[in-house]
Design a protein around this ligand. Sequence first.
Ligand code: ZN
Ligand code: ZN
Length: 330
Amino acid sequence: PMPIITSPTDAIIKITKTTICGTDLHIVKGDVPTVTDGRILGHEGVGIIDQAGGNVSNFSVGDHVLISCISSCGKCINCKKGMYSHCENGGGWVLGNLIDGTQAEYVRVPFADNSLYPIPAGADEEALVMLSDILPTGFECGVLNGQVKPGDTVAIIGGGPIGLAALLTAQFYSPSDIIMVDVDDNRLEVSRRFGATQFINNSDGKAVEQIMALTGNRGVDVAIEAIGIPVSFDICQAIVAAGGHIANIGVHGKPVQLNLDKLWSRNITITTRLVDTVTTPMLLNAVMSGKVQLRQLITHHFALKDVMQAYDTFGNAMKERALKVIISND
Ligand code: ZN
Ligand code: ZN
């Protein structure tokens, strides 16, 4: 159905490009109980403002906009702290979760003034779809929380789109080594093109030994968990150097064991975060200046009417060699 404005701070966006996130696959599997049957999925995309509520002042009908995966009122106590993901007025991750999302012809975006970003003239619209979620997620949850510094050794566990987004944005800080761990040689090869310096295929389960050997048994300064399963968190716990940081990005469906008997004296930090998208304007500048090349994340294109085929391709990412799929509503 055509969405309608339900609050004067809403806008209705005609979607031009959207995509599928790994989180959507978790939803389809039934891992995200907040999503009820019949929900339109999708929390990423760009489009054109079709209607704007009476209190929307930053945007007008016809504006070309980037939709953030996080909606935020900008006024509540958590938004005032820059923690948009925990907006107390009905924002946070609601698109394609608690309300209908972006994998459609039109979407209603609440709190439009604070949840949309103007797309500069001449921007690569498809590349900007990567700014709705994956680039700020890799950067905020992985790189900023992991406190990546010049000269650091960084390990990224998981070479999917989120791990690759962390890889791209970690390089803002000139770490000396970035070790990518995955079980798919194609993704490791992609990570080489994206700037990783060491590659470990963990199909044999020997990633920890290999990373310790590579680092002279010291471990890594920053271990970024970009999958969301116990085995990848365990690798992070085993490889973090004294004084290092474990930055979790992955969406975990099961508990993990925390090895405090080994870690209590190691001066480490462990961080968790839902992306707040507070860095989106900065990342947009970095993309517009050419410092980050996002188009290389796009491997497949589909029309919106073929969205089920897009799900099949993205759901078989290893076989299909898929990173991000662009879905166009032309
Ligand atoms: Zn997502
Ligand atoms: Zn808020």
